[in-house]
Design a protein around this ligand. Structure first.
Ligand code: ADP
Ligand code: ZN
Ligand code: ZN
Length: 802
């Protein structure tokens, strides 16, 4: 008896384990670990992943597997183990993790077809079923008792392939090919029979006698100056046939990638790459933290490290934050490694993503460059994993499974015995602290390439503007600087922090911000209750009327959108042309690239945008970067706000003066004395690190303590409060007395879609039982979760505290 242990697609606490299914005899050779199967589950038919194959079961009356959905495993053994580990670490369901590792298309059951890839070599049985067609329905094959084993064999031989049919139009990419329907001598006979008046027909047949390979119809039409009608006549006579061939959807097809050669490395690059090369040669698993200022040549180091890996016949994974995955970035990898590179990012359609994934799965490529989920690339011989801009929060998935790509990378690196490179100009405090302790191997690249220097940063005190009677959002200095650039035909990038969800309260006179005395977090203004609240603990006070620090009554809450800035700017500098980039203007696919191209081609003087313009952009003509209100980030209700501000300022500054023309950066703020603003303006990461570590230490934040955030939501506010209160009590009871439990408290976004949200935060050093306790809590609320619309979200080491 053969038994498959299967994780079924029923994501509940009760079904989060393997179920035994009988493998029918005819499927015995087919079923492998890591394949998807479809099975009966209660009254339903569901999908499942085969985790293991065994010879007996402790249960009797096993139900049989109904269908094998894959012909080759979609998850390797390594990925199966990895998936289990991630589920346990994040307290999520196994099925969620396995699905998160695969392209979306494979999550649903799609229609499949079988495509013949050869002309004459198919075994008789298959030929009969194909009956002259190039493509047949997979369901038809099964209905007509087509043999699984035979199909599998032919897939492995490369004679046929299985295509997943995606319904949406955009993803369907086929090309129409014309091919001879008979062998050449038959065509020659037919040529005799065609009337001499049908000259065009003769010409086409003659063409295929000379070269019998299929040719794209479009090409045939132009080459022979013929018409589709003529071709159709020959198809009707069964002399030619039409073949729909699937072509890979290549989102970067239009760009011709000029091949680049490795650059001779300078001294600091050489020093950084040596230990990486050594680790590659020795197959040793080591984590490197490459701390290099923007423009120091990190990417060239990545490229040459990858080159070494490819020479060993191994594969490379490169992760880049979603918004930095610009055509400019892709070009650098495609330029060096050409068609060895697959690109995965979320702007691709499901079909395009699937195509790229297929190239990796079939080992047709050796390098994958992608956003977060590319860490699951099904390579089996990985030689290096690189995470660029490792401090980026987008590497953490914000829904279950809430994994961090960095942790997954380290796990895969250990499995493959290969180096993992974390690169950044402003590493996460946690990472830098690990490097200081020697857990990571620190590599430093403090100098910019080509003797370029980081542009000088001017901090403008907006309080002075107010004293001088300027009540607008632009300082006089910034306005003058913009006008000057426009006069000189140079370009400007203006940066506005994304509109905050919550608003903080600041005195415009002295810049003082109302903070929680317990948590050192900016208090949030709640309009409805007219209160100021801390979102970590439960501290709250009525909205203040005057500033605590100076007594002034100019108390304001903050929050401005890009549109408002655009309007205001038009008033001040009517002659300026501006391109605005925010969620509204970049909603449509491709608009992001289009707007950047326009700016690159000099169609506008100013590029105004949110976070999305802070990274990776490299425009020669940009000589001024302005940040309108750095305070919006500095006072987010988030213990990382100072760190995020430092990172952002550094990143934005890196956009100016990257080339011939010197650059300048102007930062507007009401708190110019803040250490984050001061140190970022001097590019002093070291000092910032030391100072920020002090703060973290005194308020018990990472990297000194770990955090767990539990968010409860439900339509009824009373219910949410009750549940959160109980959870806090249970945690207090079962966790060690080393742990601090904060809450229950309303979440910063207390109500979303008519659901109330409350949270509880745990600060701890070491709580080995924590995950088990949380599982128990979830099981305790099983009924409420399944039937009464309650959700309990658990986020270990959270990045977003909203
Ligand atoms: P980073 O990734 O650290 O921001 P880049 O890799 O973008 O830095 O390098 C900045 C610029 O320097 C790029 O234009 C790159 O082509 C160039 N560059 C990098 N390494 C070298 C080198 N060894 N010799 C010459 N130019 C280089
Ligand atoms: Zn004040
Ligand atoms: Zn507090």
């Amino acid at each position: 008896m053969r038994v498959a242990k299967v994780i079924v697609d029923v994501p509940t606490n009760q079904t989060n384990h393997t179920f035994d299914y009988l493998i029918p005899e005819e499927m015995e050779n087919l079923v492998q670990k890591g394949m998807r199967v479809s099975l009966p589950f209660g009254p339903r038919k569901v999908m499942g992943f085969v985790l293991d194959l065994v010879d007996h079961s402790d249960f009797d009356k096993l139900k049989p597997i109904e269908e094998v959905m894959d012909l080759t495993p979609v998850l390797t053994e390594e990925l199966l183990h990895l998936g289990k580990w991630i589920s346990e670490q994040t307290v999520s369901f196994y099925i969620q993790t396995f699905q998160a590792m695969l392209p979306q298309i494979l999550k649903a059951k799609y229609k499949k077809e079988i495509e013949s890839l050869t002309e004459y070599e198919l075994p008789n049985e298959l030929q009969k079923l194909f009956a002259g067609r190039a493509v047949i329905d997979y369901d038809e094959y099964i209905e007509r008792n087509g043999d699984y084993n035979l199909l599998l064999k032919e897939v492995r031989n490369g004679h046929v392939q299985i295509n997943y049919i995606v319904k949406s139009k955009e993803t369907k990419k086929t090309k129409l090919f014309i091919a001879p329907n008979n062998e050449t001598y038959l065509l020659e006979e037919a040529l005799e029979d065609i009337s001499n008046r049908a000259k065009k027909q003769k010409q086409i047949i003659d063409y295929f006698i000379q070269s019998p390979d299929p040719i794209e119809q479009k090409e045939l039409l132009t080459d022979l100056k013929t018409t589709t009608a003529t071709i159709n006549q020959l198809v009707e006579k069964k002399l030619l046939k039409k073949i729909e061939k699937k072509v890979y959807r290549d989102p970067f097809q239009d760009n011709e990638f000029e091949r680049t050669q490795p650059l001779p490395l300078n001294k600091q690059q050489q020093q950084a790459i040596e230990p990486i090369w050594q680790s590659i040669e020795e197959n040793s698993n080591e984590v490197f933290l490459l701390h290099g200022v923007t423009g120091s040549g990190k990417t060239e180091v990545y490229l040459q490290a990858i080159e070494k890996v490819l020479n060993q016949g191994k594969e490379a994974i490169v992760l880049v934050p979603e918004i930095a995955l610009t055509p400019q970035m892709v070009q650098r990898f495609k330029g060096r490694f050409g068609s060895e590179v697959a690109v995965l990012h979320s702007a691709l359609s499901p079909g395009e993503k699937f195509d790229e994934w297929t190239k990796i799965h079939k080992k047709e490529v050796k390098v994958v460059v992608g956003a977060r989920s590319a860490i699951f690339a099904p390579f089996e011989n990985i030689g290096i994993i690189i995470i660029d801009e490792e401090h980026e929060t987008s590497y953490k998935q914000d829904e279950q499974p809430r994994y961090h790509a960095r942790e997954v990378a380290k796990k895969r690196g250990a499995y493959h015995n290969c180096p993992v490179i974390l690169g950044s100009a402003t590493p996460m405090l946690e990472s830098y602290a690990r490097a200081q302790k020697g857990v990571y191997h620190l590599l430093d690249m403090p100098e910019r390439m080509n003797e370029a220097t980081m542009p000088p940063v001017d901090i403008v005190d907006m309080r002075d503007e107010l004293y001088a009677g300027n009540r607008t959002m632009f300082s006089r200095k910034l306005l003058d600087a913009i006008k000057e650039r426009i006069d000189q035909n140079q370009q400007v990038v203006l940066f506005l922090n994304r509109r905050g969800y919550s608003t903080f309260v600041m005195c415009r006179e002295c810049g003082d911000v109302m903070k929680c005395p317990n948590c050192d977090i900016a208090l949030t203004f709640h309009k409805s209750s007219h209160q100021l609240k801390c979102h970590y603990c439960d501290y709250q006070i009525p909205m203040v009327k005057e500033c605590d620090a100076c007594g002034s009554k100019t108390i304001r809450y903050f929050g401005t959108g890009t549109q408002k800035v655009e309007e205001a700017l038009k008033e001040h500098i009517p002659e300026a042309s501006l391109i605005r980039m925010d969620v509204d203007t970049t909603r449509r696919k491709g608009s992001h690239k289009k707007l950047l191209d326009q700016f690159g081609n000099g169609k506008a003087n100013i590029l105004l945008g949110t976070q999305m313009i802070a990274k990776g952009l490299d425009f020669e003509n940009v000589t001024l970067v302005g940040v309108l209100a750095v305070d919006a980030m500095l006072h987010l209700p988030d213990f990382r706000s100072a760190e995020k501000t430092f990172q952002l300022m550094t990143q934005v500054s890196g956009r100016a003066g990257r080339h011939r023309l010197p650059g300048e950066v102007i930062i507007q703020t009401y708190t110019p004395e803040h250490y984050s603003v001061q140190l970022a303006s001097r590019y002093d990461y070291q000092r910032f690190f030391l100072q920020e570590m002090e703060t973290r230490k005194s308020f018990h934040y990472p990297p000194y303590y770990y955090l767990t955030l539990i968010t409860v939501s439900h339509p009824n506010q009373w219910k949410v409060q009750e549940v959160t209160k109980t959870i806090c009590k249970l945690l207090f009871k079962y966790l060690s007395d080393q742990a601090t439990i904060l809450g229950p408290t309303p979440s910063p976004m207390v109500r979303i879609n008519n659901r109330y949200r409350y949270q509880c935060m745990v600060k701890y050093k070491d709580e080995p039982n924590q995950r088990e306790i949380i599982r128990k809590i979830q099981t305790h609320y099983y009924d409420d979760i399944q039937r009464h619309d309650l959700t309990i979200q658990v986020d270990f080491e959270p990045y977003s505290l909203m």
